[in-house]
Ligand binder design. Structure first.
Ligand SMILES: [Zn+2]
Length: 140
């Protein structure tokens, strides 16, 4: 599992500056695959206590999350730990753009995200460094 570099960027104040992120007040939340469902707890804290008003979801090409399935990981865990994880979801994905759209939609429908929050979903190309927008929504 070489690369698990997906992250969510939650911009505090006015603007998430993608070209100069060090100049923005960005609260960067990272997890395997950059999955939104795992980040909700951190996003709520970021919005309610730190003033975050925008969310940028970034998944990346060549992601390790594209390389396994829940059932394959469940077998590895069973072999290594002797634990049956049942139908627990580890949120791998087979389609990068689809996973970004799914996560934008998830946050756009999450009651704990503030109404009016702009949510952008991007794919970062690890070969070229380019960011490509896949999806955009505003929390209704
Ligand atoms: Zn990754």
């Amino acid at each position: 599992m070489a690369r698990l570099r997906g992250f969510l960027g939650a911009a505090v104040r006015s603007h998430w500056c993608l070209t100069r992120p060090h100049r923005s007040d960005a609260h960067v939340i990272r997890n395997a695959g950059g999955r939104a469902s795992e980040a909700v707890r951190s996003l709520v804290i970021s919005q309610q206590l730190l003033g975050t008003r925008e969310i940028v979801i970034v998944h990346h090409t060549d992601c390790g999350m594209l390389t396994f399935t829940d059932s394959a990981l469940a077998k590895i865990i069973k072999d290594n730990l002797g634990v049956d994880v049942g139908d627990r979801k580890f949120l791998p994905f087979g389609d990068l753009d689809a996973s970004v759209r799914e996560d934008v939609d998830l946050l756009a429908n999450e009651p704990l995200i503030m109404k009016g929050t702009p949510i952008a979903g991007l794919v970062y190309d690890v070969k070229t460094g380019a960011l490509r927008e896949v999806s955009r929504a505003v929390k209704a």
